[in-house]
Structures are given as C-alpha cells and as structure tokens.
Write a protein that binds this ligand. Structure first.
Ligand SMILES: Cc1cc2nc3c(=O)[nH]c(=O)nc-3n(C[C@H](O)[C@H](O)[C@H](O)COP(=O)(O)OP(=O)(O)OC[C@H]3O[C@@H](n4cnc5c(N)ncnc54)[C@H](O)[C@@H]3O)c2cc1C
Length: 329
C-alpha cells in the first residue's frame, strides 16, 4: 500500500491485493480502504470524505511493431504495465522524443524515410526491458508468500537503503541510462573514449575551441547540452592534430549537409579533463550526435569519408546556401 499526500489534508491511496473481488461496475468502498490501511500501516488514521475510487487491473503487454505505414504507436497504446517504478508516462515520452525529430526531418526533406524504420527496433528493445523490470518489481511488492515477505521486510530494507538505490538505480529509473547501441543507426568507426554509438551524451563542462560557421574564434566555456540543438545533428570533434585540415575535410565531405549538422571543436575544461578524456578519449575523436542526444556515429579524424557515407545513407543532401555568412546569422 502506498499513501501519497496531495495537500490540504487529502491523500491518494494505492494498494494491491484487496479483500473483496473487483467486479465490473463496482468501485472500492471507503470501508475496504480503511481495512487495507489498518492492516498495512502502523500509524493510526481515520478515512473520510472519499472523492473517487477505482479498481485497476495490471496489464503487462506491448506491441512488437510500432509503425504500420503512416500510423505510429507510442505511449500506452504501444505498451502498458504495472505502475510500480513510475515508468509508464516516462516511457511514452521517450517514445515521442525518439520519433518526433525523425518525423520532422523526413517531413522537411532533411532525412530519408528509412529513418522512420528505426523507431520500432529502437523502442521495442527498450520497452521489453521496462516490462521485464516492472513485472519483477510488481511481484516483489505484491507477493503474499510469507517466506518472501519476511525476507523482503527484514533484509530488503537493509540492502535497499536510500544510498544503495540512489547509486544503483537512479539513472535507470530516470531512463537516462537507456541506450540504442543495437540500433541500425548506431555506427562505430573507431574512437578511444567510453561513449559508444547509441549512448546518450551526458552533460558536462567543456571548452569550445571553434564553433563551425562562427566568426568567434576565442576558446569559450560551455556545456555539452548547451551546444546541442534538438532540430539538428551535432558534430563534436576533439584532440584534432591539424584542425584547419580536418575542418577543410569536413567542409569538403559534409558540405551538402550544412544546416542539418552543426559542428563544434571541443576540449576539456579545468578539472573536468578526467571526465572529458574518459568520455571522448585522449586521442582524436569525432562524434555525431542525433537531435535527441544519442550518438549516431563515432570515429577519429580519419573517419570523415565514412561519416559522409553515413550521412548519405540517412540524410538528404541540401542545396548549398548562396551566402554562408547569412546562413549562420
Ligand atoms: C495508478 C497509476 C499510477 C501511475 N503512475 C505513474 C508514474 O508515477 N509515473 C509514470 O511515468 N507513469 C505512471 N502511470 C502511467 C501513466 O499514467 C500512463 O503511462 C500515461 O498516462 C499514458 O499516457 P498516454 O498519453 O499514452 O495515454 P492516455 O493517458 O491513456 O491518453 C490517451 C487519451 O486518448 C483518449 N482517447 C482514447 N480513445 C480515443 C478516441 N477514439 N478518440 C479520441 N481520443 C481518444 C483518452 O480519453 C485519453 O485522454 C500510472 C498509471 C496508473 C494507472
């Protein structure tokens, strides 16, 4: 049973294993909720003025295809499971974060329609994991097995301390650690850092050495998230031996994708060099990041022609701007 304060002395109660048998057209009575509360809480309380109550049955189901022609499924229409862990709405939001930039780029003629076919494989893999984990949590919370309950009540609180949960499951429960490493879009061509294609780029402080298309050439502090734009891809390059040559190679190979990809030459900032080197590596690195913040392509300064092939596969070459300075204004 869980009790959630809603303010003004009102509470929301949610409980499993009711005493009566839920039936269609009925709703739980306040007396039943009081009995459940008395059985499961050691703090005396008297319930009154119930405004709403409802039975809900836990479904644990998902589709295996999220796109059929021009129809896309997302949210509860594609997956539904127990509320344990509070993952449902968040998973639906992640569906839309994954889909919307792809739809926008295809509709604007910036990406090939094949890009939309990555929606199903990327999301179905994530949703399967969410369902498996919430089912496990639901069984653990709702189990009536006395041996299991005894273990759960006496040993679990000791193991499952706040620190333990914070350290081991926060990133997963916040859905920050999910990845698309197995996606057909995730392509590796070398790169020494720990970030892999399909990983979400974490935010941390960096120095921008050269922002592509900008007249500003002085190094300046920034954070990774500040440099990304949800309507374009972002190209991060670091530890480049000959920046002018690499810049020219990128211009030559990726010029047709100008406007869809924004490039930044970055380096570590102050004390953050350990984080920077761990993530980006201490040798030359180029990372192409998708508009939703996941890495699409990783490589070194030698990988620019491969990166151009990658862009040709997924993106649509754009007409070159008449005046580059105006394009970046
Ligand atoms: C008890 C409980 C607790 C939960 N707690 C959490 C939590 O802590 N964290 C979390 O992330 N998630 C939680 N969830 C899950 C979350 O509520 C859902 O995942 C989320 O609301 C789904 O959003 P949706 O937009 O996909 O679907 P819905 O919210 O179901 O929206 C679908 C909408 O479509 C409308 N509709 C249906 N048919 C038609 C039609 N033919 N024409 C027009 N409109 C139509 C419906 O009326 C509805 O408004 C909880 C769920 C429950 C039941």
């Amino acid at each position: 049973m869980g009790l959630f304060p809603m303010g003004d002395g009102r509470f929301r109660l949610i409980a499993s294993n009711p005493f009566s048998k839920p039936e269609k057209g009925t709703e739980p009575a306040i007396e039943e909720l009081q009995r459940i509360y008395d059985q499961r809480s050691h703090i005396p309380a008297h319930f009154h003025d119930m405004t709403w109550s409802s039975w809900f049955r836990i479904n644990s189901r998902m589709v295996d295809v999220m796109q059929k022609g021009q129809i896309f499924l997302g949210g509860d229409s594609a997956h539904i499971h127990s509320p344990a862990g509070g993952q449902g709405m968040n998973t639906g939001m992640q569906d839309m974060i994954n889909l919307c930039w792809k739809l926008a780029m295809v509709i604007k003629g910036q990406a090939k329609p094949e890009l939309l076919m990555t929606y199903t494989p990327e999301r179905v893999a994530v949703i399967k994991t969410v369902l498996t984990k919430t089912e496990g949590l639901t069984h653990a919370i709702g189990s009536e097995n006395p041996i299991f309950r005894s273990v759960f009540n006496h040993i679990a609180p000791w193991i499952v301390s706040t620190d333990f949960v914070q350290k081991n499951s926060t990133e997963r429960m916040c859905q920050l650690s999910l990845d698309y490493r197995d996606s057909p879009m995730s392509t590796a061509n070398g790169h020494a850092g720990s970030l892999k294609p399909g990983d979400r780029v974490p935010d941390f402080a960096v120095t921008v050495l050269n922002q592509e298309g900008s007249v500003e050439q002085e190094p300046r502090p920034a954070s990774i998230l500040e440099l990304m734009d949800p309507s374009t891809f972002t190209l991060f390059y670091s530890n480049i031996k000959d920046p002018a040559k690499t810049h020219a190679t990128i211009e030559g190979n990726l010029g047709a994708f100008h406007g869809i990809i924004r490039g930044h030459q970055i380096a570590h900032r102050g004390q953050q060099d350990v984080v920077f080197n761990a993530k980006f590596g201490s040798s030359s690195s180029i990372l192409l990041v998708r508009p939703d913040g996941y890495i699409a392509f990783s490589g070194t300064e030698e990988s620019v022609p491969k990166l151009a092939e990658y862009c040709d596969k997924w993106l649509v070459a754009q007409p070159l701007p008449v005046n580059k300075e105006e394009n970046h204004a």
